[in-house]
Design a protein around this ligand. Sequence first.
Ligand code: IMP
Ligand code: MG
Length: 178
Amino acid sequence: MKFAENDVEVMLSREQLAARVEELGAEITRAYQGKDLVMVGVLKGSFVFFADLVRAVDLPVRTDFLAVSSYAGSTESSGVVKFTQDLSRPITGQHVILVEDIVDTGLTMQYLLENLATRHPASLAVCSLLEKPDRAKVKIDIRFKGFTIPDAFVVGYGLDYDERYRNLPYLGVIKNPR
Ligand code: IMP
Ligand code: MG
């Protein structure tokens, strides 16, 4: 058993997540017809969403990853973002979608967008499974958005609390963090 049943309160079930991810995949498929598309997963939080999303995209897409750390053991974004892994190939002249788990304060995404823009992609768009608008410190244009959620610390479907809970198949709120 992964966790006690009453440990995490379900916010979005695996069925709700799966249905929305299919829709996002279809939207991306329509928007990038005939284009040279690279989908970039922002590790680690997006890995589950990314794996489902790319399979819902019916295009000859290239995939890549980058990793950043911004929290260092805290649940608050400091705004100080560190690249811990860069892309494996250049993105110059290509259509890029940055795939994130959640846009919270927006500081991580703002940093990534500024950084990747200097590499001159043909276009740069954001796809985020979740957005917590109540906590936004900067405005991020999320072209493909899964769900808007209230201000609560969520886990599961790739999102962690201190590196745990990523393997929960649904999105939930921890009732008693331990
Ligand atoms: P931001 O810079 O504040 O927008 O934070 C973005 C990153 O913080 C996300 O990519 C997540 O990795 C992490 N994060 C923000 N909110 C949550 C949450 O509720 N649960 C788990 N991780 C979160
Ligand atoms: Mg993240």
